[in-house]
Design a protein around this ligand. Structure first.
Ligand code: ADP
Ligand code: MG
Ligand code: ZN
Length: 625
């Protein structure tokens, strides 16, 4: 149950059930208490026989009695007066004449129905009602949409024009994307200017980019710059287990958008709803399709004159339904690219403002040592570095903290406490030395950055390389060398111990995958030629598993397999030659690893007598150098 979480749209509107139960039992206790009290009034009960006997006793007999409902006789006598009561066991026809004979005044009365009698009568029903209500409330609380069966209400969060704003200044780099979005901002600021001119403003803008490149941030910045309301909803919020909910949420979202115009509707992770229709299993008319259809309909029935602009973000534009990308819908795409070295520096500058950094911090050096990191990775890097510095009670975050944080992000958290047997350690050292050594002898390989036998995550050791420059595509030579390096661990184990471990599984998988892609996707196998095979299909309901669609003959399949095997064999042979020829270096490197656990490029070079080099990956040179 989550109904006492803050921020939910049902928070604070009703008491949590535990408190309600308490109140309920308190009320119950109070009722019982008053009930007991009302029945405790000093009443002397007399049997019917005693009562009849009393009649003959002139001193004690009552002057007046009240007969209640033919069931009970009550009276008061004596001073101070005592109340008596006698139950009449059966309809005694002689009673009234007897009372008259003794000169007793008789009056009748109806049973007094007190408030508590009523309550007691209804108590069982109250309990039943209470439980039904509780169950009902819980059901509603657990149902997305909250109270009152508002399934169909969109779950968009509205960020009013006020509140904390994000500006373009909060997005570092991304010059091109910002320039394109400026137009949207200009329109939202003054729609009349554009409509008077008869210009057609795009209804929908799709932000396309890898995860963590700042798409969400950018959308918020557009709203902040234009100073308009901003609805944020994630594509997955539309997808519910109840059929029809998604569609009505879409309807509600656009309705709200119109009410708040001018505003921005931002649909994050659009691919969750926007996947190609008819591709899913279970028939062509599932819930997701209805939602998507509704979205298309709403976008059509919408005019940018209304002052509402729809932004969406996705990292899978390839799976989107083509209908979404047609003119009048998301007809404009803005690419939010991975940051290059200068942009990384800018992002670092922006985020390191929030932490206390040492004076000697060199952001460009950090940017250079973090190729392939997204904006989100860098934000995370700065935060990790600050955490490390704080843990060490430092006055400010220095370069060594950044180095440690980067390695942590790159390799995962070190598990120094993992108990490893001596034999395992020695074999890991040989394995990693095998990978590491190859980096120095293969012409197209990225330079080694660090090699370690400290376990990280599920790996017992690691040889990490970093490209010298940002690279956006890879050459055939690079991939072949990469495959050779993958074999380095397996070969070194075999060379030194004449047996191999299960630790090679991942290396072999990687090598095979790369070789397969070379043949089937990148047209890098000479005997096959520049053709692609097997269209990749991602089953929509089967997670990320990729099913390769076989669109070639058995004969071609055989040739593909042969080509893959040839690539792997050649790469392995190359690696084997290098390791065989440099067995002494391999052993020396493995021994050094056993002793020192982690070696950086410069240390390996010194150890092996290789010329020194500028290690791009070094943020802070360790003291031992
Ligand atoms: P996406 O939506 O593309 O996955 P986000 O917008 O959620 O990425 O970005 C996550 C975080 O990364 C942001 O909150 C921000 O702190 C940081 N970030 C990403 N790109 C940038 C950038 N260009 N400038 C500044 N910060 C960035
Ligand atoms: Mg996002
Ligand atoms: Zn390995």
């Amino acid at each position: 149950m989550n109904n006492n979480l803050p921020g939910g749209n049902n928070a604070g509107q009703k008491a949590p059930p535990s408190r309600m139960i308490l109140v309920f039992f308190l009320a119950l206790g109070a009722i019982a208490f008053f009930y007991m009290r009302s029945h405790n009034a000093a009443l002397v009960a007399l049997s019917y026989s005693d009562f009849l006997a009393l009649l003959s006793d002139d001193a004690k007999k009552p002057a007046e009695v009240t007969i209640v409902d033919d069931k009970k006789i009550t009276w008061r006598t004596g001073a101070p007066a005592t109340a008596y009561e006698t139950l009449i066991p059966y309809g005694d026809p002689g009673l009234l004449p007897a009372l008259e004979a003794h000169g007793i005044r008789v009056s009748g009365a109806e049973k007094q129905v007190g408030f508590f009698d009523v309550v007691l009568e209804f108590l069982p029903w109250l309990i039943v009602c209470f439980f039904i209500m509780t169950i009902f409330r819980n059901m509603q609380a657990n149902v997305p949409g909250g109270r009152g069966f508002n399934f169909g209400k969109s779950r968009a969060r509205l960020y009013e024009g006020k509140g904390k704003k994000v500006a373009f200044a909060d997005v570092a780099g991304q010059v091109d994307a910002k320039a394109e979005l400026e137009e949207v901002v200009a329109f939202l600021k003054d729609p009349d200017k554009f409509t008077k001119m008869g210009a057609r403003i795009p209804k929908g803008v799709l932000l396309v980019g890898m995860p963590g490149t700042g798409k969400t941030l950018m959308a918020r910045a557009v709203a902040g710059e234009a100073n308009v309301d901003y609805f944020h909803i994630s594509g997955s919020d539309f997808v519910e287990m109840f059929v029809g909910v998604g569609a009505s949420r879409v309807r509600d979202l656009f309705e709200q958008g119109r009410k708040h115009s001018p505003c921005i509707i931002f649909i994050d992770e659009l691919d969750a709803v926007g996947r190609t229709r008819g591709a899913g299993y279970g028939g062509g008319h599932d819930e997701r399709e209805q939602t998507l259809n509704q979205m298309l309909v709403e976008m059509d029935g919408f005019d940018s004159k209304d002052g509402v602009i729809i932004l969406a973000a996705t990292n899978r534009p390839d799976v989107l339904d083509p209908a979404l990308l047609r003119p009048g819908r998301f007809d404009r795409q803005v690419v939010v690219a991975m940051p290059d070295i200068n942009e990384r520096e800018a992002i670092l500058k922006l985020h390191s403002k929030k932490v206390k950094t040492a004076v000697e911090i060199d952001l460009f050096r950090i940017a250079r040592a973090t190729p392939g990191m997204s904006g989100a990775d860098i934000a995370n890097l700065v935060n990790e570095a600050a955490l490390l510095a704080a843990r060490k009670d430092k006055a400010s975050v220095d370069m060594a903290d950044f180095e440690e944080a980067r390695d942590k992000i790159l390799m995962g958290v070190a598990r120094s406490s993992l108990a490893i047997s001596d034999k395992e350690r020695r074999m890991t050292a040989v394995h990693e030395a095998g990978h590491a050594l190859l980096h120095y002898f293969l012409p197209n390989a990225d330079p080694l950055h660090k090699v370690t036998i400290i376990p990280h995550g599920r790996a017992l050791g690691m040889a990490i390389s970093l490209p010298e420059q940002d690279s956006f595509s890879r050459t055939r030579g690079w991939i072949e060398d990469r495959i050779s390096i993958c074999y380095g661990g397996w070969l070194a184990e075999k060379l030194i111990y004449d047996e191999t471990t299960t630790g090679t599984k991942n290396d072999l998988e990687q090598a095979t995958e790369m070789a397969r892609n070379m043949v089937c996707e990148w047209g890098m196998a000479e005997d096959i030629g520049p053709i692609t095979f097997g269209q990749e299909e991602e089953p929509i309901f089967l997670g990320k598993e990729i099913a390769r669609h076989k669109d070639y003959s058995e004969e071609t399949a055989r040739r593909i397999d042969e080509a893959i095997k040839r690539i792997l064999d050649q790469a392995r042979a190359r690696a084997e030659t290098i390791l065989d020829a440099n067995r002494l270096m391999l052993e020396r490197l493995a021994a050094a690893l056993l002793e020192r656990e982690t070696l950086i490029d410069a240390e390996v070079r010194r150890l092996l007598g290789l010329p020194a080099r500028d290690d791009v990956g070094v943020i802070a040179a360790p003291a031992m150098l």
